[in-house]
Design a protein around this ligand. Sequence first.
Ligand SMILES: Cc1ncc(COP(=O)(O)O)c(C=O)c1O
Length: 165
Amino acid sequence: MLQRDSHLSLFAPMYTLGLHPVYVLPDYSSELGVALGVSPNHLTQVLDAHPDVKAVCLTYPNYFGVASDVTGCSRVIRERNIPLFIDSAHGSHFPFHTGLPPPASVVGADIVTHSLHKTCSALEQSSLALFSAEPLFQQFYKAVNTIGCPVPDPLNKSLRENYRT
Ligand SMILES: Cc1ncc(COP(=O)(O)O)c(C=O)c1O
């Protein structure tokens, strides 16, 4: 199950791997004109309607910086005993200040990804993948090595090439 407003980097591997997404629409604020993320109640409804869902992927925070109730969503997902993957591309900085929302790594996810180059001070395309268990780590790297990275990485590639010469 994917949020309908997930990043392109999630749709491409779904297509490549032949997976069939069930979509969950995020709430929307017409006042602010932005998506607000998925609420636990809405997630419960969609999961009840699709009992064959094998895993859930949520985006936290979203592109607009909205941090939805992923702790509540995580509880809903745990009850069903399915894995939760959080795309926290824009939330790498959450662990570094208590005034910020809880980091994705403490809300009960099985896999969390961070784009350190977005909100932390890291070189372009620096990312972090966190796993709650070793077998997930092995599966993740098998998949990554099979499909490769959908986003071009010219700066790191050029640095690697120049390092070699
Ligand atoms: C929500 C979200 N997930 C994933 C990505 C891709 O991350 P990266 O730039 O580290 O490839 C982006 C990029 O903008 C994003 O906004």
